[in-house]
Design a protein around this ligand. Structure first.
Ligand SMILES: Cc1cc2nc3c(=O)[nH]c(=O)nc-3n(C[C@H](O)[C@H](O)[C@H](O)COP(=O)(O)O)c2cc1C
Length: 209
C-alpha cells in the first residue's frame, strides 16, 4: 500500500454509514496529527474528538446540515490558539528540556527568538498563524486516514461563530478552524463514491526550473 494509491482511493465522503472506526485506527490518525510538523514546533492548536452522537447532532445544525457529521464515526474539531503567551512558550521549553535532557537556561535564546517573532503579533495574526499550522495537521490526518482505509472529509462549511459559542472556545483562548469527519463511506447513498477524481494537470501545477 503506498500513499499515492491511497490518495486515489480516498475522497471526501458526503455520506457515511455510521460504522465505528476501530480504536487502533483512530489512535493511529491522532498520533499522526500529534507528529505533524508545525512552525517552531509550537503546535498551537487543540483538537476535540467528538464521538458522542448527541453532540454531533448539535454540530450538524451549525454545519449546513452536512450528513457526514451525523453519519461519521468521530468528528475532529481543529481549534487554533487565539494568542501566544509567555506561559505557552515556557511550557514548550520545559517539554524540550525534558525530552532532550537540556537545562532550561540553554533554551533562553530559543525562547527569546520565538517571542521576538510572534510575541508582538495581534490576535488576528496569531489566529491566522495557528490556522496555518492546523492545515498541516489536517493534511497529515487525511493521509493517515487514507493509509488506514478510513474515509476522511475535511469541512470548512460550518458557522464558526456558532461553533465557538457551542464549546465556549473564546474563554479557552481558542477558535474553531476546520472539521474532519472520520468514518466509512456509504457507497449506495453517496453519488461522489463512484465519480472520477478531478485534479488539475501536473503541467498546470508544477514548474520545473
Ligand atoms: C479546507 C477544506 C474544506 C472543505 N470543506 C468541505 C465541506 O464543508 N463540505 C464538503 O462536503 N467537502 C468539503 N471539502 C472537500 C473538498 O470539496 C474536496 O476535498 C475536493 O472537492 C476534492 O475532492 P476529494 O477530496 O473528494 O478528492 C473541503 C476540503 C478542504 C481541503
Amino acid at each position: 500500500m503506498n500513499l499515492v494509491q491511497q490518495l486515489k482511493w480516498r475522497y471526501s465522503a458526503k455520506r457515511m454509514n455510521g460504522s465505528k472506526i476501530p480504536k487502533a485506527k483512530l489512535d493511529h490518525i491522532l498520533e499522526a496529527i500529534r507528529l505533524a510538523p508545525s512552525s517552531m514546533g509550537l503546535q498551537p492548536f487543540q483538537i476535540m474528538v467528538v464521538g458522542d452522537q448527541a453532540i454531533r447532532e448539535q454540530i450538524f445544525a451549525e454545519s449546513c446540515k452536512q450528513p457526514q457529521i451525523r453519519e461519521c464515526s468521530h468528528l475532529l474539531i481543529f481549534n487554533g490558539w487565539n494568542t501566544l503567551t509567555e506561559n505557552q512558550v515556557d511550557e514548550y521549553m520545559e517539554n524540550i528540556a525534558n525530552e532532550r535532557q537540556h537545562d532550561l537556561s540553554e533554551l533562553m535564546d530559543f525562547k527569546t527568538s520565538i517571542l521576538g517573532a510572534l510575541g508582538h503579533k495581534s490576535k488576528s495574526e496569531i489566529q491566522s498563524w495557528s490556522a496555518m499550522q492546523i492545515y498541516i495537521a489536517l493534511g497529515t490526518a487525511i493521509d493517515a486516514a487514507a493509509m488506514s482505509e478510513v474515509d476522511a472529509t475535511p469541512m470548512e462549511g460550518f458557522d464558526k461563530k456558532a461553533m465557538d459559542k457551542l464549546f465556549d472556545l473564546e474563554a479557552k483562548g481558542l477558535h474553531s478552524v476546520v472539521l474532519l469527519a472520520l468514518g466509512y463511506r456509504n457507497e449506495d447513498e453517496d453519488f461522489l463514491a463512484k465519480v472520477a477524481k478531478v485534479r488539475r494537470k501536473p503541467e498546470d501545477i508544477f514548474e520545473f526550473i
